[in-house]
Design a protein around this ligand. Structure first.
Ligand SMILES: C[S@@+](CC[C@H](N)C(=O)[O-])C[C@H]1O[C@@H](n2cnc3c(N)ncnc32)[C@H](O)[C@@H]1O
Length: 280
């Protein structure tokens, strides 16, 4: 990740981003107020975050811990579970967003590419305890640790299913097993081709109001290119860039296609109320 790329992408995002006061279409309005800016913590939040904290203390070494484009923070070939737990899973705020998005979309079937230690997966399951979730992970030691985590977090409930293996090998099996998918998180291989191919493969399996979340969309030039590529797809009726992740909506409930970047209103305070424009 080049610093010049990061600075440029932050500036471009900041410049174009709208706040909640610029949002007028009903779907986007609901998405902002019920999901993106909904910071209420789910019951179960503390259990997931306790498991995350416990994993930070585990010194078991994992070989080749990151298939795909590698780790943003630590490109070493071997890392401890503790090190991975500190840097790879999504932040608690994103977990909360996944929880609310699962509830908002009433997702019954969820697919995840990139389980890592199961943190994001657990937030999806919390969002709908009866949802069928399949998550794919290529590193066996992470799969083992995640299964232990799920036993702790969901002792008597439905648990997410993990398919061990590369996305290339396991994606078709996951899609076949789920049939139609309501919500997808792509958070693994950060290479342009891998992201675009995965989205193309998943698209025909999406339910009518389905959504795909792409994580780390500005992580590298490759990821940014992949985001712009999938966002430009005419079948996408709404794309929302939150900088650290993007949401793609393929449903038909919007009159015209919208690609928007959104930023919390307190980071653009002059856009409050009267000064805001009617851009969406
Ligand atoms: C950023 S982590 C996922 C974090 C997880 N979604 C969370 O927030 O808790 C990415 C994971 O994807 C896995 N991965 C990357 N490319 C892969 C591939 N091509 N096949 C299978 N797993 C892959 C890595 O091993 C890593 O554990």
């Amino acid at each position: 990740m080049k610093i010049s790329h990061t600075v440029r992408s932050i500036l471009a995002y900041y410049w174009s981003a709208l706040t909640r006061y610029d949002v007028h279409s009903p779907l986007l309005h609901d998405l902002v107020f019920r999901v993106i800016e909904n910071k209420s913590r789910p019951v179960g939040y503390h259990f997931i975050e306790k498991v995350r904290r416990e994993m930070r203390e585990i010194n078991t070494v994992v070989q080749s811990p990151d298939v795909g484009a590698g780790s943003m923070v630590s490109p070493r070939k071997s890392r401890t579970i503790g090190d991975i737990a500190r840097t790879s899973p999504v932040a608690p705020d994103d977990g909360i967003l996944f929880y609310h998005l699962t509830q908002f979309t009433k997702a019954e079937s969820i697919l995840e590419l990139g389980t890592c230690l199961g943190i994001s997966t657990s937030y999806f399951q919390l969002g709908n305890p009866s949802a069928r979730i399949i998550s794919i992970e290529g590193v066996p030691e992470l799969v083992k640790q995640t299964r232990d985590n799920f036993e702790k977090l969901f002792p008597h409930q439905r648990r997410p299913k993990i398919l061990e293996g590369t996305f290339e090998k396991q994606l078709s099996a996951a899609l076949q097993e789920l049939g139609k998918v309501d919500l997808v998180l792509v958070d693994g291989d950060h290479r342009f081709e891998a992201v675009v191919e995965a989205v193309e493969k998943i698209k025909p399996h999406l339910n009518r109001e389905g959504m795909i979340i792409l994580h780390d969309i500005h992580w590298s030039r490759d990821m940014e290119r992949a985001w712009h590529n999938v966002q430009g797809d005419e079948e996408v009726s709404l794309s929302v860039d939150l900088y650290r992740l993007g949401i793609l909506y393929y449903g038909a409930s919007l009159r015209e296609k919208q690609n928007v970047s959104l930023i919390p209103y307190y980071l653009k305070p002059w856009r409050i109320g009267l000064f805001a424009s009617n851009q969406s």
